[in-house]
Design a protein around this ligand. Structure first.
Ligand code: ADP
Ligand code: MG
Length: 728
């Protein structure tokens, strides 16, 4: 065994397995480190409090004097909590979060020291952020970018730093981050959904999008992870033969959580609870070493922040427990990859979930309105929604018959399908009193509050209705949920505005009653959005063919998927909803294309290094041992012995064959990379990486994995799947 592999295994097996499950009430710890309403009530004056509350509710501005007061109180609280620094916490287009810490500590002119933090520092900062990707919005010579306080997501203390969630915009006002467009999309859906909800209840004055994400991840022992260059640099294994035992026995899914892992989870959850992340569910996932964590759902902007914070906290706590967390969508070949289901709904400030069927026909008509409009929105913008979850990592799932396919479709289950079928048959225009009664009692009135399909869900659907929310299943485990949430809320906003206009026209122009008008428009939507509904097996080949007939998009790679982001329809959508300008859209597309290229490029380079510096040298070492053995035979027995060392010679030949294939494929891949790098257009370059380079990865892997099976275990340099994957 190589020295590195031996040391890593020795270190991992000596891990301390003392298990501590924390005890006590989590509700008492909850949000202890958050400057939430409860804290504000305690620390802010009445004026300051109501100003912040207004900003949260309606987006109104907070004036400078009030901001000073808020900053002063925040500082006071943070210092009593042991904080020494503050930072604006933001989401650049890299996909993760960024921070730059400043100490509260300051010096007066006369040399006296004090702790300082005022309104201007709370409200706006100008980080030297010229190295963040901007897709060309900012040239480095005019690199100014500002972060600005987002009062809708409360400040929190992590370790000894007060973190203030902010948006990140350029000097000229364009969003350089993922949060600003999300906030605009949430505002658009609020306005549009509130107007429609008022059809049913005049008291509604705000609608919040809600999000409950489910985070899947792998845990690997830190020493073992560090022993693999591919895991360290790309977050996934580029080589490695499957272990004899994988997930075929289904013995990991929902199984007993291993002690070492439970200890990590317990520590992690405690930290999350203090930070106000309402974690609730934890369990083993399908693949060995794969787990899931899910919180109670929250308002979407806050939920997105909490997911990003969680990923950060997970990294840190894992390190403390000598684990490495792998968020990659496909860290291991031959076993399941990871995703991040986004459960989404709309909730009114009167406490109603607009996607939850109710106990009266009127409530159900409201439910059907939002339900059918969502279906219609997804049907119209299916390709755009799919593009919002495109990434190099997620291509391993969406384009590769694993988890939901690259085709978007909606599963609604038998009961609701029947209801929609019946609604479709409703006659056009005015309804007779009998028709109305029939409709209300026997169609709309019959939707049960708890839907049976809840227990019988279609796991292969990328967008499933699960009783009182839609569940978007294609989101990648590394993703910032802001991206799909921005698209989903924008398209639903756009759709609801169109719906309201059509209903108003029927009422005002054609003299229909409001409920008749609603039925009429919904009936048309049911007819025109049928192709997006699919309750069958999303993994099957038949569906690929059927989806093609239905003219649904099927973009299997990121470069293909990203194209639609700047189509005329997408530009019109985002501009008309005030979510993103053309400049912002083109910039994002450019950044994502570039990120894709860089990720595949890094994988290619690592693979190159693994083949030349690890695999081939090991194969040669072992081949030499066998050759020695053959020569020994010949020395003793001479040529006279029949079939001399036949088995050994076969092994030498096999090693030779795979080694030469391995080298040849790697060299061809390197040439293809050099050619691709000459391209200047980022879409063409990304396509070259997807079509001309990435396919070699599997071929290279094939020969390396064969060599792994031939070469003696004690010589093989890379930690094996069976060693990486079974935490006790
Ligand atoms: P699973 O999909 O694993 O069976 P559940 O259906 O229980 O799990 O819920 C998954 C997630 O859905 C949880 O994170 C939960 O908070 C979230 N969720 C439940 N109701 C809503 C809602 N109205 N809006 C958004 N998310 C929700
Ligand atoms: Mg789920």
């Amino acid at each position: 065994m190589s020295k590195l592999r031996f040391e890593a295994l020795k270190e991992s097996s000596s891990r301390n397995r003392i298990l501590i499950e924390e005890k006590g009430r989590r509700s008492e710890l909850f949000a202890q480190n958050v400057f939430n309403e409860q804290r504000m009530l305690q620390y802010l004056t009445k004026d300051a409090l109501s100003s912040v509350q207004n900003a949260i509710f309606s987006g109104s501005k907070i004036d400078r004097k009030i901001a000073d007061q808020v900053a002063e109180s925040m500082k006071g609280w943070a210092i009593t909590m042991g904080a020494t620094h503050y930072t604006h916490w933001f989401q650049p287009l890299t996909g993760s979060t960024a921070e730059k810490h400043d100490a509260f500590f300051d010096l007066l002119l006369d040399g006296r020291a004090l702790e300082k933090f005022d309104g201007s520092q709370l409200v706006q900062q100008e980080p030297d952020a010229s190295s963040f990707p901007s897709g060309g919005i900012r040239n480095t010579f005019e690199a100014r970018g500002y972060t600005a306080w987002d009062p809708t997501s409360p400040a929190f203390i992590y370790e000894t730093t007060l973190c203030i969630p902010t948006i990140f915009v350029s000097y000229t006002g364009e969003a350089l981050d993922n949060k600003a467009p999300l906030l605009r999309a949430l505002s658009a859906v609020d306005t549009a959904a509130t107007a429609v909800a008022k059809f049913f209840d005049k008291n509604v004055s705000k609608v919040n999008a809600t999000l409950g994400w489910e985070q899947e991840y792998f845990l690997i022992d830190k020493a073992l992870a560090n022993s693999r260059p591919d895991i360290s640099l790309t977050g996934r294994t580029l080589l490695g033969h499957s272990a004899a035992k994988g997930q075929q026995l289904d013995d990991h899914y929902f199984g007993v959580i291993p002690g070492r892992v439970l200890s990590f989870m317990s520590d992690l959850e405690k930290e999350c609870i203090k930070l106000g992340i309402p974690v609730k569910t934890r369990h083993n996932e399908v693949a060995p070493n794969q787990f899931e964590l899910a919180p109670v759902f929250e308002e979407a902007n806050l939920a997105v922040d909490h997911n990003l914070l969680l990923m950060d906290v997970m990294d840190k706590i894992a390190d403390k427990h000598s684990f490495k967390v792998l968020f990659h969508e496909k860290p291991f070949k031959g076993i399941n990859g990871s995703g991040k289901h986004n459960n989404w709904s709309l909730a009114t400030d009167t406490g109603v979930n607009l996607l939850s069927p109710g106990s009266t026909p009127m409530k159900n008509l409201q439910f059907l309105t939002f339900f059918i409009n969502t279906i219609k929105a997804v049907d119209t913008y299916e390709e755009l929604l799919r593009s919002s979850i495109a990434s190099a990592g997620n291509d391993h799932r969406l384009g590769a018959n694993e988890a939901p396919p690259a085709i978007l479709s909606i599963f609604i289950g038998d009961q609701l399908s029947r209801v929609l079928d019946e609604l479709e048959g409703v006659s056009k225009g005015k309804l007779s009193p009998e028709e109305k009664t029939e409709l209300k009692l026997n169609v709309v009135g019959k939707i049960p509050e708890i839907l049976m399909d809840n227990t019988d869900r279609n796991r292969t659907s990328p967008f499933a209705f699960t009783g009182n929310k839609f569940e978007m299943r294609g989101v990648g485990s590394t993703a910032n949920c802001a991206k799909p949430m921005t698209v989903l809320n924008t398209i639903v906003a756009k759709q609801l505005i169109a719906f309201k206009k059509e209903v108003d026209q029927l009422v005002e122009g054609n003299g229909l009653k409001k409920d008749e008008a609603v039925f009429n428009v919904l009936r048309e939507y049911i007819k025109t959005s049928k192709r997006i509904r699919f309750d069958g097996d999303g993994y099957s080949n038949d569906w690929q063919k059927e989806a093609k007939k239905r003219k649904l998009s099927n973009n299997k790679t990121t470069p293909e998927a990203l194209k639609v982001q700047t189509s005329a329809a997408s530009l019109e959508l985002f501009e008309s909803m005030n979510v993103m300008s053309e400049v912002e859209l083109r910039a994002r597309q450019e950044v994502e294309m570039e990120t894709y290229i860089l990720q595949v490029q890094i994988e290619g380079r690592v693979l190159n290094e693994l083949v030349y510096n690890h695999v081939i040298p090991a194969a040669i070492d072992y081949q030499n041992i066998v050759l020695q053995n053959v020569m020994g035979f010949k020395d003793i027995y001479g040529e006279a012995h029949k079939n001399i060392a036949e088995c050994q010679l076969q092994i030498i030949e096999q090693i030779n064959e795979h080694m030469s294939q391995l080298k040849q494929k790697t060299d061809t891949m390197i040439d293809a990379r050099k050619n691709a790098n000459k391209l200047t257009d980022s879409h063409k370059k990304a396509t070259a990486y997807a079509k001309n380079i990435k396919p070699y990865f599997d071929e290279i892997r094939y020969h390396s994995d064969k060599l792994e099976r031939l070469v003696a275990d004690q010589i093989w340099p890379l930690t094996k799947y069976r060693e990486l994957l079974f935490i006790k």
